[in-house]
Design a protein around this ligand. Structure first.
Ligand code: UD1
Length: 339
């Protein structure tokens, strides 16, 4: 019988891509989402890609009784937890909202998962590494104090998971630290759907290219990097989704070597903002209106992953080129525009 994976926040950007890859790898998936930060577009896209409708439960993980009902209704073998707020700036303005939502939902999920002996995969972020001179970062690189409540919720949830699997031997946990997820499914049926003005670079680029935004600001050209703009490790969303399939298989196949494992999910390849903008223009044959603007507060100069551990232990490797990824992002933006 196929193993059943619960994907909390499964209708969102990463969750929808993970749902597709899990089902295509032979898992059964239950999607749970409260649609607080997404609509049904991506869930419908998932169904179209798969040609079937994974069960969808509309619920809030802050509601413990709802989480209990969910686990009573479905035989869940493993959980991937995405359901959380994710806007850095908003978290600075609304810390209570962020701490309450992101911590309570995770605690509720863990409480029930542990009763059921169900392993948990947590979606963490490279933001936990903060600003560092030693690059690339490995999982052993020290975490820095978080610069936003959002980043702090990632660190706290990692710690909650680490302490819980230590205390409750019936469950194991994996934290995946994502670098910068970008792009869309090659079908252009699912992708990122930012609300309002995008904060992240690639949605801002595609919205500028399509004419929704007038001009892209490149934040800072005086960083100590080869071209003066920040460097990041941009990871294709489908590659990222596949890392979850590998991690879930490792948990369910009893292959974990420690009760709590952490993996960087990145390419190992730094790309500057300027390089990304140039690559986008070149691969898609579009001219982007952009200008240099002052540095954005809170941005780190450069960060990229050492993905060796994920390569070796998860048997996972990023495969798509940044050109393929930027072409998929553009195809998705055009799909949204009805082109
Ligand atoms: C941010 C979050 C990270 C989160 C990630 C999700 C922090 C500090 N950052 O990463 O936690 O996981 O989003 O994808 O918590 N840029 C521009 N112009 C723009 C937008 C961005 O030049 O209009 C630049 C930024 O200065 C940065 C790069 O593009 O150098 C990437 O920015 P962004 O996509 O927002 O991601 P991060 O800030 O790296």
């Amino acid at each position: 019988m196929a193993k059943q994976v619960l994907v909390s926040g499964g209708a969102g950007f990463i969750g929808s891509h993970v749902t597709v890859e899990l089902v295509q790898a032979g898992f059964d998936v239950v999607v749970a989402d409260n649609f607080s930060n997404c609509d049904k577009t991506c869930y419908e896209g998932v169904c179209k890609i798969l040609g079937c409708r994974p069960p969808l439960v509309e619920m809030d993980f802050c509601d413990l009784a709802a989480v209990e009902r969910l686990f009573a209704d479905y035989q869940i073998d493993a959980v991937i937890h995405f359901a959380a707020y994710k806007a850095v700036g908003e978290s600075v303005a609304e810390p209570i909202l962020y701490y309450k939502n992101n911590l309570l939902s995770f605690l509720n999920l863990l409480e029930v998962a542990r009763r059921k002996g169900c392993n948990v995969l947590f979606s963490s972020s490279a933001t936990v590494y903060g600003e560092t001179d030693v690059l690339p970062v490995t999982e052993q690189s020290p975490r820095q104090p978080a610069t936003s409540p959002y980043g702090n919720t990632k660190q706290i949830c990692e710690d909650i998971l680490r302490d819980s699997v230590k205390a409750y031997p019936g469950i194991k946990g994996i934290a995946l630290r994502y670098f910068n997820p970008i792009g869309a499914h090659p079908s252009a049926l699912i992708g990122e759907l930012p609300r309002g003005v995008p904060n992240n670079l690639v949605p801002f680029i595609t919205q500028t290219a399509i004419g929704k935004r007038e001009c892209l600001s490149i934040f800072g050209n005086d960083y100590p990097t080869p071209d003066g703009t920040c460097q990041r490790d941009y990871i294709d969303i489908v590659d990222l989704a596949r890392a979850h399939v590998c991690a879930v298989a490792r948990m369910l196949d009893g292959k974990m070597e420690e009760p709590y494992e952490i993996y960087n999910v990145g390419t190992g390849r730094p790309i500057s903002v300027l390089e990304l903008v140039n690559a986008f223009e070149k691969v898609n044959g579009v001219k982007l209106n952009w200008k240099y603007a002052p540095r954005r507060p809170g941005d780190v100069t450069a960060i990229w992953a050492d993905p060796t551990l994920a390569n070796e232990k998860l048997g996972w490797k990023a495969t798509r080129t940044v050109e393929e990824t930027l072409a998929s992002a553009w195809a998705w933006e055009k799909h949204l525009a009805g082109e």
